[in-house]
Design a protein around this ligand. Structure first.
Ligand code: ZN
Ligand code: ZN
Length: 153
């Protein structure tokens, strides 16, 4: 399958997102082209009673940890792959997509999430694919991690 088809697959997961701030989807694809993990962003265990999406203003400016409200789609996809296909992560590719307000694919900006960059590296994922406006970019995960740490707004 071509990369764009995998982004379409990830879009299906993004439609299930339970976050109130953004709808994201992610899939992990093994070296043979099979989907081995998938995820969307949502509160832990999909428990909407503990949703924090509209409570960002409660965090003090001194808050030290990750300020995002939900579990990231990439984290979910990686955990899914680790749970169901732990032997097939080495050399795999992660695809990530965010939806726009109309439910279509939204182009990604530069890599910036160091939580997901570290986690994918740790899990043995080899490539991290983003759908940029100019082109689909398949980053080596090590490079993706370096770029994320170097990101400036
Ligand atoms: Zn959220
Ligand atoms: Zn992330």
């Amino acid at each position: 399958m071509e990369a764009v088809e995998y982004f379409k697959e990830a879009t299906e997961d993004a439609r299930k997102a339970l976050c109130l701030r953004s709808k994201c989807g992610s899939i992990v694809v093994d070296v043979n082209g099979n989907v081995i993990g998938r995820g969307y962003n949502a509160p832990p265990q999909d428990d909407v009673s503990i949703r924090r999406c509209n409570r960002k203003h409660e965090l003090p400016s001194t808050f030290k940890s990750d300020k995002t409200c939900c579990v990231h789609a990439e984290q979910r996809a990686i955990m899914d792959a680790l749970k169901n296909n732990p032997d097939r992560l080495n050399g795999s590719t992660l695809y990530f997509i965010r939806l726009d307000d109309d439910g279509g694919m939204k182009y990604s900006g530069k890599p910036y999430c160091t939580i997901c960059s570290k986690m994918s590296l740790d899990a043995g994922i080899k490539y991290f694919a983003l759908y940029h406006k100019e082109e689909i970019c398949v980053y080596d995960t090590k490079e993706y991690n370096e770029l994320s740490f170097a990101y400036k707004e």
